[in-house]
Ligand binder design. Structure first.
Ligand code: F6P
Length: 382
């Protein structure tokens, strides 16, 4: 249980320095003291939305500890993401409810994806439920889609503080999102294992990892495991070049090759037959399987057995790493502080080693893609 601390929103109270330490660049420190006092005890709603990710429960636990124990707040958790807010489906979260969940993967609240149009139509319903429940703040924890929805509701005047999550690590305004470290660890371990079996059978293995728009998991796991080629969505690959890399490896007497492919990676236009899978109801691109398609192509070109391995949701499941638990816990703490300071329309972010607040509007402006320099560093050791 967290230690009870003094009312840190009171002027000159001991502990005020701890608030200053979050260093928001948003001017909330200038808020009138009366408002800060008013916000001293709150009802906070929390929800997890979008694809799940290891560390969600650590945020929920941290929010409850900080809010309930330290501030005397009440916390409720909406079920299944935004759907819970729209349907007013929730439960009270107290210390018992979050006991033992720190190391648990998934989310105790459940998650779902919501079609953007559905949420736009639901703004008034959400506003009504926030008012009905007497909520002073809502903390949505989610990735790109969730944060866009958070911005929409924030622009409509709802008191929102976002917390970013995604194994893809593609949220631009934060250096890292929790879940990424766990996913990279899972993918790296899988690659280490695949290397030994690939060598026994002189195979080329094309290992597909998650990453719709960005290749962070592919880049990091490929570097960590010593893959022989990495293909990412940011750089359409030249299939001739890729074939040559693998061919030269075999010609040099090596017995196997590992290619790591982010699920959103694509060949340069016209360089090989390639199916794209259209889009789903949430507007997300459906993939037709880069690993499968590339294995067919490489086997044909090299006359070597090439097999696809799709890691899929195993990268998202299970217990978070220590790094992700710590980052998630810090985000939860700072989200509650932000709510208490009335820093709505903001999102927690990691910058260097500090947690800060960034406007939601900035957070959803663009995705954080793999820059050329990062790819170049990796190329040298492929
Ligand atoms: O955004 C996280 C993520 O895991 C992506 O890497 C992946 O493309 C997507 O979610 C899969 O989503 P779903 O579980 O809805 O198929």
């Amino acid at each position: 249980m967290g230690a009870r601390i003094p009312d840190i929103t009171a002027p000159n109270a001991p502990g005020t320095d701890r608030v200053a330490a979050i260093r928001p660049d948003d001017g909330v420190r200038d808020r009138p003291v009366e408002l800060q006092r008013y916000l001293g005890q709150m009802r906070i709603g929390v929800l997890t939305s979008g694809g799940d990710c290891p560390g969600l429960n650590a945020v929920i636990r941290s929010v409850v500890h900080r809010a309930v124990v330290d501030h005397g707040d009440e916390v409720i958790g909406f079920h299944d993401g935004w759907k819970g807010l729209l349907d007013c489906d929730y439960r009270k979260l107290d210390l018992d409810a979050v006991g033992g969940i720190l190391a648990l993967g998934g989310t105790i609240l459940g998650s779902s994806r919501v079609q953007p149009a559905h949420l736009r139509d639901g703004v008034e319903r959400a506003r009504g439920h926030v008012a009905e429940l007497g909520l002073d703040a809502v903390i949505p924890i989610g990735g790109e889609g969730t944060l866009k929805a958070a911005r929409l509701l924030s622009d409509a005047g709802l008191p929102i503080v976002g917390v970013p999550k995604t194994i893809d690590n593609d949220i631009a305004s934060t250096d890292v999102t929790f879940g990424f470290d766990t996913a990279v660890g899972v993918a790296t371990e899988a690659l280490d294992r695949l290397k030994t079996t690939a060598e026994s059978h002189q195979r080329v293995l094309i290992v597909e990892v998650m990453g719709r728009h960005t290749g962070w998991i592919a880049l990091h796991s490929g570097m960590a495991a010593g893959a022989h080629a990495i293909v990412v969505p940011e750089r359409p690959f030249d299939v001739d070049e890729l074939t040559e890399v693998v061919r030269q490896r075999f010609e040099a007497g090596k017995k196997f090759a590992i290619v790591v492919a982010a699920e959103g990676a694509k060949p340069q236009a016209g360089s090989m037959e390639f199916d794209t899978g259209g889009t789903d109801v949430y507007g997300h691109e459906r993939f037709a399987g880069i690993a499968r398609q590339l294995s067919v192509e490489l086997e044909r070109r090299l006359d070597k057995e090439a097999r696809p391995v799709i890691l899929g949701h195993v990268q998202r499941g299970g217990t978070p790493t220590a790094y992700d638990r710590v980052l998630a816990t810090r985000f939860g703490w700072h989200a509650v502080e932000a709510a208490h300071r009335g820093a709505f329309g903001m999102m927690t972010a990691l910058r260097g080693t500090d947690i800060t607040l960034v406007p939601l509007a900035e957070a959803v402006e663009r995705l954080k893609t793999v820059p050329t320099e990062r790819y170049t560093e990796a190329e040298c050791v492929l």
